[in-house]
Design a protein around this ligand. Structure first.
Ligand code: ZN
Length: 385
């Protein structure tokens, strides 16, 4: 089986190199915006949009023109890649199975500075080779394993980063040995497992969250459009990035630990069940300071849930284990012992007490057991089918 891996490193830049990156990102953005404008105009006139192959033809014409001749300075494939991305964004927007998707938007300088290399990327020690740019050093934090498929250079709050995607083959896994767990996305905690483990990452974030709140307060006090406001906004952006890094570390830690000791992990498939979740999360008084703070924590952790699923999927896959996603509906109201579903089973946020059989447990642990039971059910029926 093939395993895909992603790596992200901070690039070592010089002012000259940054100027090149800015110009490359600018060219890619220009192509995206120009093709987007064209298609939006066509839609407004009731015409069908122009798809990737024809857009590539247009790109060739633009490059030959005097007006847009500067596009020949860019890596041709990075520009085509942007058109491919745009193609995908339009396809998603028109896809009836993805009702949440909207039409693609124009990219802005400062927030959308990225370009991709679908080919020709090489990594050697602490440097990466990018077409039309050459070798660029980076701060290496992990070894890059596998065949390099593509790389993306993007600007973030504190500098330029390269993301490298690789792929490698491992022998088809044997049936992994070990136990199984269900994991529920908790209310009071980040996650609970059917073994009774409650994972609370808030301590890991506490310091940075406090600092972020302070920086954000300071930002709102600055005059709009002022230099100080820009500086304050940059500080807030850097803090958000630090939190992203912490979240990633945290998710790597727990996903590695769980994957090592289990052959089967069942998680809720949160693509289906957002409705029940938001109802479950609004127990607290939304006006209170505590709720505001926990709302922020929640938002940051929510972004991590999908990432956790992906990490567990590949880490388990390498060991021959299995991730099963289960429908999350009413998992918080269902009794893990007898299966009785009732809102009355949840007298408080943290306590589960079944009105039918009397089973009583921490509410999030009970939900994790329900998730595991659903996972096993799905697996049995899949194997039987
Ligand atoms: Zn019961």
């Amino acid at each position: 089986m093939f395993i895909r891996r992603g790596y992200r490193f901070k690039l070592k830049t010089t002012p000259d190199l940054e100027a090149i990156f800015h110009s490359m990102a600018g060219h890619a953005r220009f192509v995206w915006n120009k093709a987007l404008r064209l298609n939006l105009d066509r839609l407004a006139q009731g015409l069908p949009i122009v798809w990737y192959n024809d857009l590539c033809g247009l790109l060739r014409l633009w490059k030959q023109s005097e007006e847009y001749g500067f596009l020949t300075e860019a890596n041709a494939q990075s520009l085509q890649q942007k058109l491919r991305d745009l193609d995908r964004a339009f396809a998603d927007a028109f896809d009836p199975t993805q009702p949440g998707k909207r039409l693609p938007r124009f990219k802005k300088r400062g927030t959308d500075d990225s370009f991709r290399f679908p080919q020709g990327v090489k990594v050697e020690n602490r440097r990466v080779y990018l077409r039309k740019i050459g070798w660029v050093g980076f701060f290496k934090s992990r070894d890059v394993i596998g065949e390099i498929k593509q790389a993306t250079v993007a600007r973030e709050a504190d500098g330029w980063y390269v993301s490298i995607q690789t792929e490698y083959e491992i022998p088809d896994p044997q049936q992994a040995v070990g136990g199984m767990i269900g994991v529920d996305r908790g209310v009071a905690v980040f996650a609970a497992t059917s073994n009774g483990e409650l994972v609370d990452p808030i301590n890991a974030y506490a310091k940075t969250m406090k600092r972020l709140a302070r920086l954000q307060r300071r930002l709102t006090r600055k005059k709009k459009g002022s230099k100080n406001r820009r500086k304050a906004a940059a500080r807030v952006a850097r803090m958000h990035q630090r939190i992203r890094c912490q979240r990633k570390d945290f998710l790597h830690q727990i996903s590695t630990r769980w994957s090592k000791s289990h052959a089967l992990i069942a998680l809720e498939d949160l693509r289906i069940g957002n409705m029940t979740r938001s109802a479950k999360g609004t127990v607290e008084n939304p006006g209170s300071r505590v709720a505001q703070k926990s709302g922020l924590n929640r938002a940051i952790l929510d972004q991590g849930w999908g990432e956790l699923g992906r990490m567990i999927a590949y880490k388990l896959g390498e060991r021959g284990g299995r991730l099963v996603l289960v429908p999350p509906q009413h998992s918080s109201q269902e009794c893990a012992e007898c299966g009785h579903v009732a809102p009355e089973n949840r007298p408080t946020r943290d306590i589960f007490r079944c009105v039918a059989c009397g089973h009583s447990e921490h509410a999030d642990v009970n939900a994790a057991k329900v998730v595991l039971r659903r996972g096993l059910w799905i697996l049995e029926h899949r194997l039987a089918g």
